[in-house]
Design a protein around this ligand. Structure first.
Ligand SMILES: C[S@@+](CC[C@H](N)C(=O)[O-])C[C@H]1O[C@@H](n2cnc3c(N)ncnc32)[C@H](O)[C@@H]1O
Length: 448
């Protein structure tokens, strides 16, 4: 919801101050919305109906941000948190207090609200959200942080809004039991070898992060340890990335200590992916998502399809049997190399992949391939810039299928497409991320 004007007589909450707040709704991004003396306050950890004591973290002119420090009275619809770490609700599952049915209702509402309020759109069909198959233990990738703990390094998530505090995790209920075991094994190794967590402030220590990725169908677990350049005993992981943490830390060299590629099956095809290539984090729901995208694409077997933001080629390759030809474009060269190998591995001969950015790569793609009949878009959370939407418009495709992980950036992109002559025909949310406010949806645009 949009922040409201601040009345002249309301005193601005100060940073660090505490307020008693009743949460009345949920904002995009998942925080609770409350009002304090005319201010709108966005409260992390607050759900509708809750009365909370919250600490102001960012007082701004027209609204403030705050984090719940105590739940004084739970809302009537709240359900008990079941994913707790050191007694605190898991920062990775901030909506776990909301019954799953309500999470779905809220996500459906937020997609509609974004399109109507931000995009000023109407007349489209909003199809029923596809619920998740698994409400817990669905994530195939999790990134954990190291921090100081009792008895050696702690390994878990940063407490919400606290970069200096890592909450140690024994069982993350978003990850599988096998993924949890892999993380705990690495923590025990760090403790037994007395390898220190990296301390950002003091700039001392070694261990930064651990990324655990899982092939849900292949049964493979891949671990990647991220450390500073300090020397330490050989870790029991598959990959090791060294970062120059002192300078703010960009990725350093990655060394393979075990299996380098992660394998997975999706929609009946075999895929392999590099450690830095994107892969949908909910394998089972990725199939549902791609199913909706394929239905919206409505391919008859002859179309030229552009798969922009193609990653390792998954969407385009799963549609290739129903298309004339598929052309993928993606900025990460390793992902493109993976996509080419994935096409070959699955005996798909009508798909080509090019490395490049959507901003500069679409025009050369049209020159090489010709104009597409269907464009698939699956950008990261910021969505498309206006310029990239213009490049997409130049393709003059009959249909655009937009897979979005952020309805608030889909909305302005959709408005620009509609302004240029496309009709937003239908939209369908797909719940890829239960217990969290993250929303995925698919939208179909047709040219008149
Ligand atoms: C949400 S992922 C989708 C990947 C793939 N479609 C899938 O379903 O697995 C977005 C992809 O866009 C890529 N990307 C980010 N910025 C890009 C850009 N400017 N041009 C092309 N690709 C980009 C990312 O590397 C990532 O692979």
């Amino acid at each position: 919801m949009a922040p409201q004007a601040h009345p002249a007589n309301a005193s601005r909450p100060r940073k660090g101050g505490q307020l008693e707040l009743e949460i009345d709704s949920l904002a995009h991004g998942g925080r609770g919305v409350a009002r304090a003396g005319g201010y709108v306050v966005f409260v992390s950890g607050g759900l509708p109906g809750d009365l909370v004591r919250a600490e102001v973290t960012k007082p701004k002119k027209r609204f403030a941000e705050a984090r719940t420090v105590e739940l004084l009275r739970p809302g009537a619809d709240r359900i008990a948190n079941t994913c707790l770490h050191e007694g605190e609700p898991c920062p990775g599952a901030p909506w776990q207090g909301l019954a799953y049915e309500q999470q779905l209702v809220e996500k459906q509402r937020q997609v509609d609200e974004a399109l109507r309020r931000i995009g000023k759109l109407d007349g489209y069909e909003l199809e029923e959200i596809v619920p998740a198959i698994e409400q817990w233990r669905y994530r195939n990738k999790l990134e954990y942080s190291f921090g100081p703990g009792e008895g050696g390094a702690a390994l878990g998530f940063h407490a919400s809004g606290r970069w200096d505090l890592v909450v140690g995790i024994e069982d993350c209920r978003l990850a599988s039991e096998r993924g949890n075991a892999a993380r705990n094994e690495l923590r025990e190794w760090a403790r037994s070898e007395a390898v220190e967590p990296y301390d950002r402030q003091a700039r001392t220590g070694t261990l930064c992060n651990l990324v655990v990725r899982e092939g849900r169908r292949s049964g493979q677990i891949q671990t990647r340890l991220v450390t500073t350049p300090k020397r330490f005993p050989k870790p029991p992981v598959d990959l090791h990335t060294v970062v120059d943490a002192g300078s703010g830390g960009s990725d350093g060299p990655t060394g393979a200590l075990g299996e380098e590629m992660l394998r997975e099956q999706l929609c009946g095809l075999d895929f392999e992916m590099s450690y830095n290539a994107f892969f949908q984090t909910n394998t089972e729901m990725a199939e549902r998502l791609y199913g909706v995208a394929a239905e919206y694409a409505g391919l008859s077997g002859n179309e030229r399809v552009f798969d922009l933001y193609c990653g390792i080629g998954t969407i385009g390759l799963t549609m290739a049997a129903r298309a004339g030809e598929v052309w993928g474009l993606e900025i990460v060269p390793e992902a493109i190399a993976d996509a080419e190998r994935n096409a070959e591995r699955n005996g798909i001969g009508n798909a080509r992949f090019l490395a490049g950015s959507a901003r500069t790569g679409v025009r050369p793609l049209v020159e090489q391939a010709g104009r597409p009949d269907v464009v698939l878009l699956d950008p990261p959370r910021p969505g498309l810039s206006q310029k990239i939407v213009r490049r997409v418009l130049e393709c003059e495709a009959k249909r655009i299928v937009y897979v979005s992980c952020n309805p608030t950036t889909l909305a302005p992109n959709a408005a620009q497409l509609v302004e240029a002559g496309y009709t937003l025909r239908r939209v369908r949310p797909v719940d890829m991320f239960p217990q969290t406010p993250h929303i995925e949806c698919v939208a179909e645009f047709d040219k008149a």
